[in-house]
Design a protein around this ligand. Structure first.
Ligand code: IVH
Length: 667
């Protein structure tokens, strides 16, 4: 078989396995076999760049080239639904539909209301062509590259089905609870702000400029609306069922009913059952099933008259407040946490609830023994939402917010414009020090594999470490038992610590834990300044020149380096051999390609495609995947695809050989 035919065959096979795994939850082959097929495809695609296809299953991993989203006008505006909160409103809706249809019979399609963000995806000739966020309903952001990384969204439709040549589907992008929990625990470890709920997490993720971030975060999507000129059926239910057959994930919960009681039954059932679903839902959506009747009913200025959303009441429980304790995080922020009599809420037993900050806590005027209402409204962390004052038994003493750090006794401070109270003692307040060290060793920072929060805790308690630099003086003898037990693991730990000194500069910079300097900002700063020394000397204006750095970040960087203790820590880390600059192998500083958009095509002799891509970035250029009039030049190896060649020629884009390119950057 020709290699190019094998590519097509592998793509089809991998699309099918993707569907089995991510949509049906019923894999037909092992993960290992899947990976093998994927590798085979990736290798063949590398040899046949002319066969590039953005919808190949190999493209699901995303790209870390920064992208700016283009604004796109929706072909059909994206409407929202009127919300209702009680049975009477549902009955009113039902009656309005009945009256509107002049007494004709009708069915209602009942669905779950998924709590994520809506997306509109266009398919042309069975292939995903564009995905746009809702935006303001008229215009949204083109997030196609990010959407492609969501495994349950088909890049190509099931070839054994007949679908319209061109159509649009709408659905909800969601972060399943499992992905959400994983993401938040990683963020907590790194001292980053937690996402309040899966909706915010999904939204933040989908707007990421780096599609590899999206690929890693485990998003999912359910589809619930089909639009186009030729639809397969004259009713909504059958159209959505058809979407399922074409390869989309649609909800099994969808039901057709023909009475108000049928609607209530659906609502009551899912109000209880939804706590077992893998994704967040916040209500039901009721839609008139017949498309002709939908048209007949039409719409108001904002919403269709043929559909409404019924929102579930957030589940609430009432329980006794025993105490309020105060927790200190890596940044020194102090959070009040209510300790309560355990109570069952939305399927789990709850005994602690966040009170967020001093102002929120004060607003409840809490007393010991108060009965408090706790709510979980799609939020993972239960919240106190009120107090039953009629059950208050002790008058008088309100539980005060602490004025000192519960861990080290230092008086707390509050910065202007911030709601949180902080313990300013970042030199010797134990949770702050341990939190900083945990951040330092984490995977995206120094990646010291054999250390974790428990070992950090142990070494801290044994007085072996007081800051991250102390890790580098640890000796095997200190870490194993006096009798030589745990010798092997002690060796591994010391080895992995020593090995970490050479992580790239953006990661050693991120590891310092400068406030507001996350992974992406650290990368941008490292690339721009190239050495810690240069970064340290940068003025506010110079910092603001860096892509993605605003005033808050710039000021935080300056504040960090102004502090003698931080400079001392850096000195100690440098003494230990930690590299704080972009190494020579990363290439010389140059911006000969600054402002240039380059497309790579063909097979190369002197360097691999990936190496050329890196070079383009390093010399200030930008890699783009398709040729347009904005492309500066095409870097072409052997066997450049004929379509690309023709496009470049017709747009007058110059084609540059490998040798000419190397000459250009004077390698
Ligand atoms: S139908 C014209 N169905 O709720 C009808 N929407 O305000 C278009 N949503 O923006 C929407 N689950 O983000 C529909 N099963 C479902 C839904 C759903 C969640 C969201 C969607 C929309 C909002 C309605």
């Amino acid at each position: 078989m020709e290699e190019t035919d094998r590519i097509l065959e592998l793509r089809e096979e991998l699309h099918r396995h993707n569907y089995q795994y991510y949509v049906l939850n019923a894999p037909l082959i092992s993960d290992q076999d899947f990976d093998m097929l994927m590798h085979e495809l990736q290798n063949l695609e590398a040899r046949h760049p002319e066969m590039f296809d953005p919808n190949s299953p190999s493209q699901r991993v995303g790209s870390d080239l920064s992208q700016d989203f283009q604004q796109v006008t929706h072909r059909y505006p994206m409407l929202s639904l009127a919300n209702t909160y009680n049975r009477e409103d549902v009955a009113d809706f039902y009656q309005r539909v009945k009256d509107g249809l002049g007494g004709a019979g009708f069915d209602i399609c009942c669905e779950l209301k998924f709590d994520g963000l809506s997306i509109s995806v266009t398919y042309e000739n069975g292939a995903l062509s564009r995905a746009v966020t809702r935006g303001d309903g008229v215009q949204g952001d083109d997030v196609t590259n990010n959407i492609r990384t969501i495994r349950s969204i088909p890049l190509r439709l099931n070839p054994n089905q007949s679908w319209p040549k061109s159509f649009e589907v709408r659905g909800e992008v969601l972060m399943p609870w499992a992905s959400f929990d994983r993401l938040n625990s990683e963020r907590e470890l790194r001292g980053e702000q937690l996402f309040a709920n899966p909706r915010n997490a999904a939204s933040g993720t989908l707007k990421s400029k780096n599609s590899t971030v999206v690929a890693e975060r485990g998003l999912d999507a359910y589809f619930y609306y089909l639009l186009g000129e030729e639809l397969p059926s004259d009713n909504h239910f059958d159209n959505i069922s058809m979407l399922g057959r074409w390869g989309f994930k649609v909800s099994d919960a969808m039901r057709r009913v023909s009475s108000l009681d049928g609607i209530y039954e659906f609502i009551d059932y899912w109000d209880k059952e939804r706590s077992h679903l893998p994704v967040a839902t916040d209500g039901c959506v009721l839609k008139v099933n017949s498309l002709a009747q939908q048209q007949e009913l039409g719409m108001t200025a904002k919403n269709p008259r043929w559909a409404i959303a019924y929102k579930f009441q957030a589940e609430k429980a009432c329980t006794r407040l025993n105490n309020v304790v105060f927790q200190v995080g890596r940044t020194g922020a102090v959070t009040p946490v209510a300790e309560m009599e355990p109570v069952l809420l939305a399927g789990t037993v709850v005994k602690r609830a966040s009170l967020h900050n001093a102002d929120i806590m004060k607003s409840f005027q809490l007393h010991y023994g108060d009965y408090v209402y706790v709510e979980k409204a799609g939020e993972i962390i239960p919240q106190i939402v009120g107090v039953d004052e009629s059950r208050r038994c002790i008058e008088g003493q309100i539980i005060p917010f602490t004025s000192v750090c519960p861990e080290c006794g230092t008086p707390l401070v509050r910065y202007e414009g911030e709601a949180a109270s902080y313990c300013p003692n970042d030199v010797s307040c134990p949770p702050q020090i341990k939190g900083k060290i945990e951040h330092f060793i984490s995977r995206d920072a120094m990646n010291i594999e054999f250390l974790g929060p428990e070992t950090v805790d142990e070494y801290y308690n044994r007085n072996l470490i007081r800051d991250a630099a102390d890790l580098y003086s640890l000796q095997v003898g200190q870490l194993c038992g006096a009798d030589g037990s745990k010798l092997k693991s002690a060796r591994k730990i010391v080895e992995s610590i020593q090995k970490s000194v050479t992580v790239p500069f953006d990661r050693s910079l991120y590891a310092l834990g400068i406030r507001f300097v996350g992974k992406v900002v650290a990368k941008a700063l490292a690339k721009h300044f190239r050495t810690l020394d240069a970064l340290q000397k940068a003025s506010l204006e110079e910092l603001l020149e860096v892509d993605g750095v605003g005033k808050i970040i710039a000021e935080s960087v300056i504040r960090y380096f102004r502090d003698d203790r931080n400079r001392m820590l850096i000195g100690k880390l440098e003494m230990a051999g930690v590299v704080f600059e972009i190494s020579e192998e990363d290439g010389p500083l140059s911006d000969v390609l600054s402002g240039k958009s380059v497309v790579i095509s063909g097979v190369f002799k002197n360097h691999s495609r990936e190496e050329y891509k890196d070079m383009i970035e390093k010399y200030g250029g930008k890699n783009v995947s398709s040729i347009s009039s904005k492309t500066s030049f095409v870097l072409a190896g052997d066997n450049m695809g004929p379509a690309k060649l023709q496009k470049a020629q017709s747009l007058g884009v110059s084609i540059i050989s490998e040798e000419e390119f190397l000459e250009m950057i004077k390698e």
